[in-house]
Write a protein that binds this ligand. Structure first.
Ligand code: FAD
Length: 278
């Protein structure tokens, strides 16, 4: 899984599947179901820490589901494997906008929806009209009012797969969106240029506070375990300086959490999804 995750850690998965279309995916799921094999859908692995023992079961990449369509005036529907920036660009071409804040977030719509990815105080689910989910073998649309979600979180049932999301967008001059994209990418180039593989922010920001400030105040900037390090550039980014194992990251995260708790009384929570076997 180190080949499929931005942190570049993780042992092997038993089965890595890249279904071609919905029928292919449904066949795969019914076969996995009959064999009692669990599955994990993934996007581009920008928010995944896979443990060193790898994953017993199947990983399903939705990368071939990448269509983006206009479904009604002002509403676009993007399949789970479409990349965030491609969706912003599509909207820009038809004079629509309002989700420019996801331009520079690496990954796919499926990952963005599951994580309620966001920036500048906005989250993608607040801009989402409905989700198309594959749940219990059935494909249905769910309005956001039917689902439980919050900061960097959407509650799904085990085995649920996000197939697509529909976004209601505002009218927006393409040049305005261009400026939004440019500013976002520039800001990220200056602030997130950590020089090593990472998963972005490792910890969620506790309510009203910035995780990086708490980590700094605890003296953890630059702290290292094996090949994993608290970035010198952005202390909420844990980076792989070359040959980090997943265990290095887990040990480093535990040290950081203890130090932050001791210095501020705040319990940090991982934003990164941790999966697989030790
Ligand atoms: C440099 C850098 C900067 C970043 N900046 C930000 C930022 O500003 N804001 C932010 O929110 N995040 C940020 N991230 C984190 C990451 O980009 C986001 O969480 C992104 O949404 C992950 O998308 P992905 O496609 O890679 O998902 P993955 O990492 O592949 O998956 C993430 C989770 O979603 C689940 N999932 C993926 N696809 C599906 C699906 N189709 N159905 C059901 N579940 C699914 C996976 O099982 C997993 O639990 C950053 C990461 C990096 C490396």
């Amino acid at each position: 899984m180190s080949l499929h995750t931005s942190l570049k850690t993780g042992g092997p998965v038993d089965l890595y599947a890249i279904p071609e279309d919905t029928a292919d995916l449904q066949n795969l799921l019914s076969w996995l179901g009959r064999q009692n094999i669990p599955w994990l859908p993934i996007g581009k692995g920008y928010n995944l820490l896979v443990r060193d023992g790898g994953i017993r079961g199947a990983v399903i990449s939705l990368e071939r589901f990448d269509r983006i369509d206009v479904i009604e005036e002002g509403v676009i529907r993007a399949e789970a494997g479409a990349e965030n920036l491609a969706v912003v660009r599509f909207a820009q071409r038809i004079g629509r906008g309002g989700i420019g804040f996801i331009s520079g977030i690496p990954g796919t719509i499926g990952g963005a929806i599951k994580m309620n990815a966001g920036a500048y105080g906005e989250g993608i689910l607040e801009r989402t009209e409905y989700l198309t989910l594959l749940r219990g073998g059935k494909i249905s649309d769910y309005r956001m009012t039917e689902l439980d979600y919050g900061y960097r979180h959407l509650r799904l049932e085990d085995g649920d797969i996000v197939l697509a999301a529909a976004f209601r967008l505002d009218e927006r001059e393409p040049s305005h969106t261009e400026e939004e994209i440019r500013k976002d990418l520039e800001l990220r180039r200056s602030k997130h240029n950590v020089g090593y593989p990472s998963a972005g922010s490792f910890f969620k920001n506790p309510h009203g506070q910035a995780a990086w400030r708490l980590i700094d105040a605890a003296g953890m900037r630059g702290e290292k375990v094996g090949g994993a390090q608290v970035s010198e550039v952005h202390s909420n980014f844990l980076v792989n300086t070359g040959n980090a194992t997943a265990q290095d990251f887990l040990d480093l995260a535990a040290i950081v959490k203890n130090a932050v708790f001791a210095s501020s009384g705040v319990k940090l929570e991982e934003e990164v999804r941790i999966v697989g076997e030790t």
